[in-house]
Design a protein around this ligand. Structure first.
Ligand code: KMT
Ligand code: NI
Length: 173
C-alpha cells in the first residue's frame, strides 16, 4: 500500500532516504492534483484500467545495480530520474517488485512523496512536475503504460510556454 506524505526538503540528506516530514497526505489530496492511486492485486486488474482508459502500449523497467551495470551506473540513472520534469502524456506506473519514491508537486508547489511497493498503481497526469528515485533497497521492477507511442521525452522544469502544462494547470484549479 502506498504511503503519501510531504517531503522534508532536507537538502543535506541523501535523496534515497525517506525524507518524511511527518505530515501525511490523503489520497483525496492526490486526486485533486490529478494523481490517481489504485491498488491492483495482479496484472488482470491493471489490464482492466488500461482498457478503460484506452491505453495501447506498455513496457517493463528494471532498475538495480545488476541491470544497470554497477552501483555508479545505477546512481547516475537515478540522478536523471530525480531531475524535476514533466511529460506531455498521461502515464501509468504499476510496481511489480521492489520499492521507490515518486515525488509530485502539490498545488502550492511542495513536494508530495509517494512511497510505492508491489501492487501499487499510480496514474500521473500529463503536465505534472515530478521526479523519481529508489529507496535504500536500490531495486524496482515496474510496468510503464502509455496511451499511445511511448513519449519518453522528459521536459525539465521550467518548460516555458507549453500547452500541456497550461491545460494541466487549468484542470487543477
Ligand atoms: C518517470 O516518469 O519519471 C519514471 O517513469 C521513473 C521510472 S519508473 C519506475
Ligand atoms: Ni517522468
Amino acid at each position: 500500500m502506498v504511503r503519501v506524505y510531504y517531503h522534508d526538503n532536507e537538502l543535506g540528506v541523501d535523496f534515497q532516504e525517506a525524507h518524511d516530514s511527518g505530515e501525511a497526505v490523503l489520497l483525496e489530496e492526490l486526486a485533486r492534483i490529478g494523481v490517481i492511486y489504485r491498488q491492483c492485486a495482479g496484472v488482470a486488474e491493471v489490464d482492466a484500467i488500461a482498457r478503460e482508459r484506452a491505453y495501447k502500449n506498455r513496457d517493463e523497467i528494471t532498475l538495480n545495480e545488476a541491470a544497470l551495470g554497477g552501483r555508479e551506473a545505477l546512481r547516475a540513472k537515478l540522478e536523471v530520474f530525480y531531475e524535476e520534469h514533466l511529460h506531455e502524456d498521461e502515464e501509468i506506473r504499476y510496481i511489480l517488485e521492489g520499492e521507490g519514491y515518486f515525488d509530485v508537486r502539490s498545488g502550492s508547489d511542495r513536494w508530495i512523496r509517494c512511497r510505492v511497493e508491489p501492487g501499487d498503481l499510480l496514474i500521473l497526469p500529463a503536465g505534472i512536475y515530478h521526479r523519481f528515485t529508489l529507496d535504500a533497497g536500490n531495486r524496482i521492477k515496474a510496468m510503464r503504460l502509455f496511451k499511445d507511442e511511448p513519449k519518453w521525452v522528459a521536459l525539465a522544469r521550467p518548460v516555458g510556454e507549453n500547452a500541456v502544462r497550461e491545460s494541466y494547470l487549468q484542470s487543477v484549479v
